[in-house]
Design a binder for this molecule. Sequence first.
Ligand SMILES: Nc1ncnc2c1ncn2[C@@H]1O[C@H](COP(=O)(O)OP(=O)(O)O)[C@@H](O)[C@H]1O
Ligand SMILES: [Mg+2]
Length: 280
Amino acid sequence: MQLHAPAELTTCRLHRLGEGIGKVVYASEHWVVKRARQPSEILALIVIWKMLRRLERLLPGHRVSRPAHQFHFLRVLVQALVRVVPRGLWMMTHAGEVWRTYRARDQHGETLTREHLAGTPVVPRTIRFPPTRVEVDGWPGYLTVTEATERMEATLHQRLHDLAAAGRLEEVEVWLNRWLALRQAGWQRGVFSLDTHLKNFGVTGDRVVLLDPGGLTQDWSAIEKRLTYEGSVASPHRQLGLGTLLRGHPEIARRFDAHWRATVNPATVQHHWPTPAVRT
Ligand SMILES: Nc1ncnc2c1ncn2[C@@H]1O[C@H](COP(=O)(O)OP(=O)(O)O)[C@@H](O)[C@H]1O
Ligand SMILES: [Mg+2]
């Protein structure tokens, strides 16, 4: 626990840096603070996400584009609708189930991070301080926080796309390998991430870190289920959303897929696991 929040958090307005389904993240130069979204906000996002998926099924071959301002408007609208329906009713819908799963995974991941990853290079550094009011973009313009997290230079997703756009494909491959090394460092500490979206990892210096603890687990039946699925994926790099990025570089794609298969499998995960794996 620190005596004060870092001065840079309180001397200027913090800008919105990124967001996920459950959090909005604001940053100063070296630190980020997080705002947990309200349940109605998360439910609204889940409902919209389900609508967009349905729409995409109806229009095969089309990806529905989502300009930010229209998306924001839609979210506010759906959130208002979500609020007028009693919470108990929502909880009986599929969206309610998705929300419960998200929340449970997020809370469990936070606990596992505190117990196994805090203070290691696998996650960004986090500091705690007495409740501090910070100014942020958007409504209502401020936020009270009790912790801040080391700001990463970019998400892994951004870094890979920036490097590919600049034609620096050898570096794309270096980062992909560092990422696989980071996943193994997690397994050595007895945790496995079920949520391997590239936006959930950050890069800084030559380091990759896990940004989003949601989806971390120690449960071998969940891990095995996930690994069985991974084993059935025809093309890991496409499954990760790197199909377009690596389209002109079949050699890198082939090497990465082979490396992924040799790593993300039960034998390798068990090999790294600190205690003999037991099914719960
Ligand atoms: N320490 C950090 N440094 C830089 N960006 C971050 C950091 N933590 C989070 N972000 C950004 O905020 C986004 C959402 O954070 P995340 O923890 O994944 O929330 P959620 O649980 O809602 O998915 C990330 O995808 C990333 O863009
Ligand atoms: Mg996330």
